[in-house]
Design a protein around this ligand. Sequence first.
Ligand code: HEC
Length: 119
Amino acid sequence: MKTTITLLTLLIAAAPAMAADAIVNPLSPDADVIAAGRKLYHSAGCIACHGNNARGAVGPDLTDDEWMRKPTDEMIFNTIRNGRSGTAMSGFSGDMTEEQTWQIITWLKDENAKRKAPK
Ligand code: HEC
């Protein structure tokens, strides 16, 4: 009985954390973050496959609204860090910090917003 109560208490306490376990971009889209992301996109070599301004080449466009998988922060983060086995997209976790990965993602989002802004 005591064990049951303890387990229940634990489950209730853990519920909010479990519901909020999706990985989300912790950075705010400040100009310096966006600039750092743009720089990293070039220095890490993404440009070779995803093209100028990430508008696509061998790899897909990363600034439009067409994605191969649902474009959650978590999916994009994991794809950049771990790559996709069986494709040319390799993982970059050894080449940059998690914060740098988020900087690139912040820049990609900003490029997407710029494309949508009325000209
Ligand atoms: C050698 C070529 C290559 C390089 C370098 C490369 N990618 Fe990719 N990337 C690809 C390919 C090809 C895919 C599509 C994989 C698939 O078929 O699922 C992809 C997929 C992705 C996706 C998922 C797109 C979607 O629609 O789901 C993201 C995000 C991404 N790459 C980001 C990056 C970033 C950021 C870098 C640099 C750190 C990078 N890639 C470097 C080839 C590359």
